[in-house]
Design a binder for this molecule. Structure first.
Ligand SMILES: Cc1cc2nc3c(=O)[nH]c(=O)nc-3n(C[C@H](O)[C@H](O)[C@H](O)COP(=O)(O)OP(=O)(O)OC[C@H]3O[C@@H](n4cnc5c(N)ncnc54)[C@H](O)[C@@H]3O)c2cc1C
Length: 404
């Protein structure tokens, strides 16, 4: 087990600086433009691929950091630059996590590099769980996967919604039901390879925030994939289903395994937005003069900044602890992953709202970045499990009671 230390290593500090420089020099200057365009910022993704920031090697290296801190460090800096562009670049990592959590080592080796494409021709990937009638209630997925033994082929049918990179991705990882009578325990994850017939993009959504990140429906109409695209393989699935049918506990639920490990990382993205707004409003409060003095000289403003700084620091501590636990395979017995996500997500909303207040009218207009940070922050109480669902997980974990 890696010792837990708050002192970042030389390597971590160097990578943090390198990512911060990219966020400051490439991402942040492009943030306003891509927010207005509401399109995937391919030139920025290409730039990230060119410098090696968007690549299989970089992500594998970050994930293999034994302290678990490197992924949150990198994600915080990227989102400090701009959360929408950061998600356009790193949205792929959810599909990567899905393959990593459920795939065999051959599948990991085959599909994860394809999620990224090449340095010259980068691709993005998507992880598709949510459906129009199955959001928080993942057990009610209607997308079906049916196996044909003769041809060793799975056929997928259904509609996914709110999918980051949905339809523009090369690799789509799709969670589908193989036995609806078993709820979430009857689900499995499939890789749908690039250009597979039957997979198409439905509606593209126009969003409140993170508008540089593409979000769309994914329609699966008789999508046929070979048996080798079932993550984990058929034998493991059959064994798992048999255990569930016998009433025994099953260790893995396809979608949940992915979301658990990614919660602290999502929390770190929220911290990046909060920190951007905090730094900006701190500087502004020192410069803005009213009644013949800087507005920060009023306790009403200075105390807001004190609370903002405190919440950001507390969020980071929760995120680092949960990321360290996940990397060292220490189970989240108190809902530690959910604690980090709910606290950091709500901190981002609160801090960005206070930043608007500190800027007054300047906080409310698009010429200044603060209103964008507030719009971007709100998604962090919704996706990857809403705040209510995170509290449900924490409450059940600490009480042992099946709270509804
Ligand atoms: C921009 C964006 C990107 C996304 N990207 C992806 C993606 O890449 N892949 C993917 O699979 N999904 C993605 N999602 C989907 C996201 O994870 C869901 O929106 C989220 O899980 C909530 O589901 P829902 O929207 O159906 O809300 P619902 O589940 O309908 O919830 C509505 C409200 O009811 C509350 N609620 C529901 N059940 C309970 C309960 N038991 N107790 C208390 N309160 C409850 C919720 O907290 C919420 O406040 C994305 C969503 C957005 C908006």
């Amino acid at each position: 087990m890696a010792e837990f230390s708050m002192a970042l290593t030389e390597d971590q500090l160097q990578i943090q600086k390198w990512v911060h420089d990219f966020a400051e020099n490439v991402i942040r200057p492009a943030a306003h433009e891509w927010d207005e365009r509401e399109e995937t910022p391919w030139p920025i993704i290409q730039e990230a691929a060119k410098v090696g920031l968007y690549s299989f090697d970089f992500i594998a290296n970050a994930y293999s950091d034994k302290s678990g801190l490197l992924m949150p460090i990198v994600n915080e800096e990227m989102s400090w630059g701009d959360a929408g562009i950061a998600l356009a670049i790193f949205g792929t990592s959810l599909a990567v996590a899905g393959i990593f959590a459920n795939g065999t080592s051959e599948q990991v080796g085959e599909w994860i590099p394809q999620c990224f494409g090449t340095q010259e021709d980068p691709k993005v990937a998507a992880f598709a769980v949510t459906e129009p009638d199955a959001g928080s209630d993942v057990s009610s997925l209607k997308t079906r996967a049916v196996y044909d033994e003769k041809s060793d082929t799975w056929t997928l049918n259904g509609t996914k919604t709110w999918i980051t990179n949905g339809g523009i991705a090369g690799v789509h990882v799709v969670v589908a039901s193989v036995d609806p009578s078993l709820g979430s325990r009857g689900q499995a994850s499939f890789v749908v390879p690039p250009n597979t017939p039957g997979l198409s993009q439905g509606q593209k959504f126009k969003k409140m925030g993170i508008r540089a990140s593409h979000t769309a429906e994914v329609v699966l109409a008789d999508v046929k994939v070979p048996g080798s695209c079932l993550l984990g393989g058929k034998d493991r699935l059959d064994e798992r289903l048999a255990r569930v049918r016998e009433g025994k506990r099953s260790s893995s639920q396809a979608a949940m395994a992915t979301f658990e490990a990614s919660r602290p990382i999502v929390g770190s993205q929220a911290i990046g937005i909060a920190r951007a707004a905090y730094e900006y409003s701190l500087n502004y409060a020192k410069e803005r003069q009213q009644f013949g003095r800087a507005i920060i000289e009023n306790q009403a403003i200075a105390f807001k900044l004190a609370d903002m700084a405190t919440r950001i620091e507390a969020s980071r501590l929760l995120v680092y602890r949960a990321a360290w636990m996940a990397a060292n395979r220490i189970p989240f017995t108190q809902g530690e992953g959910s604690m980090s996500k709910v606290f950091a997500g709500e901190t981002a909303v609160k801090v960005t709202e206070e930043a608007i207040q500190i800027l007054g009218g300047y906080g409310y207009v698009r010429e200044y970045p603060v209103e964008r940070w507030h719009r971007d922050s709100k998604i962090y109480t919704i996706f990857e499990g809403t705040s209510e669902i995170q509290r449900l997980i924490i409450a059940r974990s600490i009480s042992g009671v099946h709270i509804r």
